[in-house]
Design a binder for this molecule. Structure first.
Ligand code: ARG
Length: 463
């Protein structure tokens, strides 16, 4: 195919080199952004009298026709084209003749490609934010449903203190809300227009960058032309935010996997999100959760790959930078599918409250409450802690739980122990007296749920 850039050379390259050089397989998904960007460019060229009004109008209607045809599947990207930008320009010139060749005045593919990428990723980040909000909503509903279901909270994978399941789900909600915030931050820096920087140095034409940027919904225009075509930190920032998000999804998936094991039995995933084994008929494997955990590595890889690609590139554009899109698109696709699977999986899982209660009864998770009981009666905490530890050891020896150890035994250790001890170490009581702000007590859990609902209203309104 004849090269639009055949200037100094005749553009005759080797077939394998052509394939190697081509990025259309990856960047064709930006066709809409490319065409919309070109329409805005033509409007600016027209307004500034840089090209004749008539030619501009033909270019604009030609581009609108190409967009409609591509949307309808009547026009397919040509895999032999070098990239989506070349493809669109070539089709335009085929359709409207020589006037099509005026479109590329006062721009370069260098500012065009980063414009398209910013536009595309801006939209994708918004889509991902909405999907995170859907997951948050499902988790918050779960928190409401299970706000008084007691289970052990763990540290070091050892049963530590009683909490309610709603509180546990809310912990993930808070992480996910920060993920939404990170994406918003990232969008605010991404939403700066690079178009008009041209190849690297700006242009001799009397362009209006602000006008073109406003047509495309940008908040501002970039300040330095060299920076505009050289930087890819908006891709890296998005990849970083997505990596952190995936880390959260992966930890949650890991817990779902653990909880759905026989050993825990806290939850059962619905059949729609599990698979069987080809040889062990009893198996119900949490494949989807495992895949989310596994795909996290892939998103981290996308981030590390692009960081590495960018680290030694001198200013301004170098072809290395064509390698930016594949990882960032892969991360976007991966995150979206993970959220699409995780949200209904959580919504449809069965929670076994009895198994959680059983686990909470074993493991001395109210030992801290024994110590706190003594402290409230005047004993220094360290001393109380020691006594509580000795009582646990005694219970293990007698194969009893703290609630079953007779008062006389308690009083061997301290005469501060009285009948009201048993209420203080009752698990429900232990949970509900955790009244500090952000604690697992019912009032705090309810306050968290309401706060999250408010956040959801604000964030949903913020589309
Ligand atoms: N396909 C290229 C990319 O994705 C477009 C920019 C090419 N610019 C150039 N001077 N070769 O990076």
């Amino acid at each position: 195919m004849a090269k639009l850039w055949a200037g100094r050379t005749d553009g005759a390259t080797d077939q394998i080199a052509d394939d190697f050089n081509s990025s259309i397989r990856v960047d064709q998904r930006m066709y809409k952004e490319d065409i919309t960007g070109s329409i805005a460019h033509a409007k600016m060229l027209k307004k500034q009298n840089i090209i004749p009004v008539e030619a501009a109008d033909h270019i604009i209607s030609g581009l609108e026709g190409i967009l409609a045809d591509m949307e309808e599947g009547r026009l397919l990207p040509d895999p032999a084209s070098e990239d989506i930008h070349m493809f669109v320009e070539q089709v335009l010139t085929e359709r409207i003749g020589d006037e099509g060749k005026m479109l590329h005045t006062a721009r370069s593919r260098n500012d065009q490609v980063t414009l398209d990428t910013r536009l595309y990723l801006r939209g994708q980040s918004e889509v991902i934010r909405e999907k995170i909000l859907d997951l948050i909503e499902v988790l918050n509903e779960g928190a409401e449903r299970y706000k008084d279901v007691i289970l052990p909270g763990y540290t070091h994978m050892q049963r530590a203190q009683p909490i309610v399941f709603g509180h546990h789900l809310l912990a993930y909600v808070m992480m996910l809300l920060r993920d939404v915030g990170r994406l918003q931050d990232c969008e605010s820096r991404m939403n700066e227009s690079p178009i008009g920087a041209c190849a690297l140095a700006g242009t001799t034409y009397d362009t209006d960058r602000d006008y073109e940027a406003a047509l495309l919904g940008f908040d501002s225009v970039s300040q330095n032309s060299l920076d505009s075509v050289s930087d890819r930190d908006y891709c890296l920032e998005l990849l970083s935010a997505l990596s952190i998000l995936m880390m959260h999804l992966s930890r949650f998936s890991e817990e779902l996997i653990l909880w759905s094991s026989w050993e825990f039995g806290f939850v059962e995933l619905s059949d729609a999100y599990t698979t069987g084994s080809s040889i062990m008929p009893q198996k119900k494997n949490p494949d989807m959760a495992e895949l989310i955990r596994g795909k996290t590595g892939r998103v981290y890889g996308d981030l590390m790959g692009l960081l590495t690609t960018m680290k030694g590139i001198p200013l301004a554009y170098n072809k290395d930078m064509q390698e930016d899109k594949e990882p960032v698109f892969d991360a976007v696709d991966t995150v979206k599918i993970c959220l699409d699977v995780l949200t209904p999986m959580v919504d449809q899982m069965t929670v076994h409250e009895d198994r959680m209660a059983e686990a909470a009864r074993r493991g001395f998770i109210n030992a801290t409450d024994v110590a706190d009981y003594l402290v409230k009666k005047g004993m220094p905490f360290r001393q109380a802690y020691k006594i509580s530890g000795s009582l646990v050891a005694l219970c293990i020896q007698k194969d009893l739980v703290l609630e079953r150890l007779p008062l006389e035994e308690y009083r061997q250790f301290s005469d501060l122990f009285e009948e009201d001890l048993y209420e203080a170490i009752d698990l429900r009581h232990a949970v509900n007296t955790r009244i500090s702000k952000g604690g697992t007590g019912i009032a705090s859990v309810e306050a968290q749920i309401d706060w999250v609902k408010e956040q959801l209203v604000n964030l949903r309104g913020n589309r």
